[in-house]
Write a protein that binds this ligand. Structure first.
Ligand SMILES: [Fe+2]
Length: 220
C-alpha cells in the first residue's frame, strides 16, 4: 500500500482507486471485479468534540495573517460509481490552527454563536469540485474525560481536517483527512483505521497541496 501511495503522490485518491484498478487487475481479478472492490464510498470517522454548526460559506479558511504553513486541498465529490461528479454537495470543513487549537476549546460546544475561525462551508461546483485554502493544522491531545472517549484522553491526534459532506441523493459522510508521513497516525485509534483518508501532500511554491476526492454512497 505504501508503495502504491508513493507512486500515486500528486494524484487523487479516485485515480488511485479506480484508475489503478486496470493496472493492478492483471492476473488476480477481472477488471470489473477489482474495480468494484476498490471503488468504495469514503470511510466515515467520528464527528469529534469540536464540531460547530453554522460556519460561514467560504473556501478560504485562513487568510495571510494566519500563522502556519499554507495548505491547499482540492478534490471532487463523486457518486458511488467513483466517476459521476456530485454537484451542489454541501461540504463543511473545520480544523485546528497551527498550534493545535480550535476556535472554541470547549468540547461539545455546538451552539456558540461567536466568530467562526478555520471553519467554513461550500458547495461543490457543477463538476463536483471543491477547493479550500488554509494552513496545516497542528496536532493536539484528546481532552481528558470526554464522555465515551475517556480511554483516549491525552493521546496526540495526528494533523487532520474534519469534513462533513452531504447531498440530497447520497448518504452524508463525516470523516477526517490525514496526511501521509505523520508519525502519529499509526497509534491514533481513528486515523489508523482509515488509510483511505490519508493523502500525500506535495510541496508547491506557496506551500503544500493535496488532492482528496470523496465518494458518497447512494441514498437509495
Ligand atoms: Fe479534530
Amino acid at each position: 500500500m505504501d508503495k502504491q501511495r508513493k507512486a500515486g503522490a500528486g494524484l487523487s485518491r479516485r485515480h488511485f482507486l479506480c484508475g489503478g484498478a486496470m493496472f493492478l487487475g492483471g492476473g488476480l481479478l477481472a477488471a470489473p471485479a477489482l474495480a468494484k472492490q476498490l471503488c468504495r464510498p469514503a470511510e466515515g470517522d467520528i464527528l469529534g468534540p469540536y464540531y460547530r454548526f453554522g460556519a460561514p460559506f467560504l473556501a478560504k479558511l485562513a487568510g495571510p495573517e494566519e500563522t502556519g504553513e499554507r495548505l491547499v486541498v482540492s478534490g471532487t465529490v463523486l457518486s458511488a460509481d467513483c466517476r459521476t461528479p456530485v454537484a451542489n454537495a454541501l461540504v463543511e470543513i473545520w480544523q485546528a490552527n497551527g498550534a493545535g487549537l480550535y476556535d472554541t476549546q470547549t468540547p461539545g460546544n455546538y451552539t456558540d454563536k461567536g466568530r467562526f475561525h478555520l471553519r467554513g462551508m461550500l458547495y461543490t461546483d457543477a463538476q463536483g469540485r471543491y477547493r479550500i485554502e488554509t494552513v496545516m493544522p497542528g496536532r493536539y491531545p484528546v481532552p481528558p474525560n470526554l464522555p465515551g472517549l475517556e480511554q483516549y484522553g491525552g493521546i496526540t491526534r495526528p494533523a487532520h481536517i474534519h469534513f462533513r459532506v452531504m447531498e440530497a441523493l447520497h448518504v452524508p459522510v463525516t470523516l477526517q483527512l490525514y496526511f501521509a508521513g505523520d508519525p502519529f497516525i499509526a497509534k491514533d485509534p481513528w486515523a489508523s483505521q482509515h488509510p483511505a483518508n490519508v493523502i500525500a501532500l506535495e510541496m508547491a511554491e506557496a506551500g503544500r497541496r493535496g488532492v482528496f476526492d470523496i465518494v458518497l454512497a447512494r441514498g437509495f
